[in-house]
Design a protein around this ligand. Structure first.
Ligand code: AMP
Ligand code: FE
Ligand code: FE
Ligand code: ZN
Length: 292
């Protein structure tokens, strides 16, 4: 999906957080890369939830375009039953420990989605096949796919409406899924040669989740950066995490978290400074940016 009217960002922005149909984006990796080129991005990271399956197609699509694709993944982790996403850039996609962990999470996500659908099916005309019909083969399954099935059935107008009602964690149908603790996830990414960056740290009450001593333990586990500039971080959280980044010498990133038509987020709406990107690339050793 191209950027909306008059939202085309200036040439050469660096956007380090996007999703394809390999997880819960609505565009294939190839279409995602095309959208990045159209938006004039200099660098676009592909960061599907718990999967690196889109990298090869994204690299192929970027060839000859002049846009760089930074390979990444958004790892699901959990702290005090709240979900904490950790971006892992430049990981080795074949690292056995990391692979084993994401395989387990993806399996659990599948069972959790089936169990949510079983609950929803008691009150609404929705089946597991309806959800599968909205999911690319092998994709990391999440609530967005259930949302798409609800939309297709005419039960809600769009994904956001689904998240605000039936799929809300207080909506009566929500089920959690298991995921490793953030320190465990951060260590797995770092040991796979990657750079761990906490995604949208202000999205769910950073004061509660990331009290001072906890940040120390994340840094000790190998945390490399924080996604300060993201639409889900309120201004106070951006200030707090900018201070913490300075205190712990962390890379500061900014990104759109683009999901195609699945979310209002537009490519390049937040971006990463060149010197911060250079530091990130310097820190990663498990794979290479693909220069298209
Ligand atoms: P899950 O990981 O299955 O619990 O689903 C959470 C995912 O749904 C997040 O990674 C978001 O990308 C997506 N999401 C959350 N809220 C919304 C929303 N309001 N509209 C569309 N997608 C959303
Ligand atoms: Fe998502
Ligand atoms: Fe996320
Ligand atoms: Zn994301």
């Amino acid at each position: 999906m191209p950027a909306g009217p008059s939202e085309r960002p200036a040439e050469g922005l660096i956007d380090l957080h996007t999703h394809s149909t390999v997880s819960d984006g609505t565009q294939s990796p190839r279409e995602l890369v095309r959208a990045g080129v159209e938006a004039g991005l200099a660098v676009m990271a592909i960061t599907d939830h718990d999967s690196t399956a889109g990298w090869a197609e994204a690299f192929d699509a970027a060839r000859g375009t002049g846009m760089t694709v930074l390979p990444g993944m958004e790892l699901s982790t959990q702290l005090d039953y709240a979900s904490v996403h950790v971006l892992g850039y430049l990981i080795d996609p074949d690292n056995p420990a990391l692979l084993a962990e994401v395989e387990r999470t993806r399996e659990e996500r599948l069972h959790r989605a089936e169990s949510m659908v079983a609950r929803i099916a008691k009150d609404y005309d929705l089946s597991w096949d309806d959800v599968l019909a909205q999911t690319a083969p092998g994709a990391t399954v999440g609530r967005p796919h259930i949302a798409d099935a609800l939309v297709a059935k005419g039960l809600v107008p769009d994904r956001s409406a689904a998240f605000g009602s039936i799929l809300h964690w207080r909506g009566g149908y929500y089920r959690p899924h298991r995921a490793p603790e953030p320190t465990v996830g951060i260590r797995l990414i770092a040991e796979a040669g990657g750079v761990p960056v906490i995604a949208h740290p202000g999205a769910r009450g950073p004061e509660r989740l990331f009290a001072g001593d906890r940040v120390r333990s994340l840094v000790d586990a190998g945390l490399g950066g924080v996604e300060v500039n993201h639409r889900d971080n309120p201004p106070e959280a951006r200030e707090l995490w900018t201070r913490r980044a300075a205190e712990y010498d962390l890379v500061i990133t900014g990104s759109s978290d683009y999901h195609g038509a699945g979310k209002p987020n537009r490519l390049g709406e937040n971006s990463t400074a060149r010197e911060q990107y250079a530091r990130l690339v310097e820190l990663g050793s498990g794979s290479e940016p693909f220069i298209g």
